[in-house]
Ligand binder design. Structure first.
Ligand SMILES: [Zn+2]
Length: 141
């Protein structure tokens, strides 16, 4: 187990005991570009958490789309997938920036990359899964 450490990306320092999820200088320990708290996390943990979150979001949007009579569910689902990929690229770029920056913030890079990989995989794999499901449905009929 890697000891999971809080890191403030603005101060680029370890925050061993955050108070109310803030660093001693008052920065919130949350980064919008990785959609997560600035806590050290392994690539795998970040990847699977993100993938799971994407599945939930996708299912929620798909369920919501069926309630809207005038919206094509396909286009809304497509927009969700495109958003996953955009968010994934944002997370990846954030990780690259942190890696170049050096210092304690480098510890957040696996988290950023794991999150990016999870999002991009979700954006790329769901259409494939939906396509296979569609074909399967066609065969059963
Ligand atoms: Zn700070």
């Amino acid at each position: 187990m890697i000891p999971r450490m809080w890191i403030c990306p603005i101060c680029n320092q370890l925050v061993p005991n955050p108070v109310k999820r803030k660093c001693p200088n008052g920065h919130g320990l949350f980064d919008g570009r990785i959609f997560g708290s600035c806590k050290q996390q392994s690539f795998a943990a970040s990847f699977f958490n993100t993938l799971f979150a994407c599945v939930l979001i996708f299912a929620a949007v798909a369920a919501f789309a069926t309630l809207l009579p005038k919206t094509s569910p396909t286009s809304l689902n497509g927009a969700t997938l495109a958003a996953f990929i955009v968010v994934g690229i944002g997370g990846f770029l954030r990780g690259r920036k942190w890696a170049r920056q050096g210092g304690p913030v480098v510890r957040l890079v696996p988290r950023a990359n794991g999150m990016a990989a999870g999002c991009i995989l979700a954006g790329a794999v769901f259409p494939l899964a939906a396509g296979i499901a569609g074909i399967a449905r066609g065969l059963i009929r």
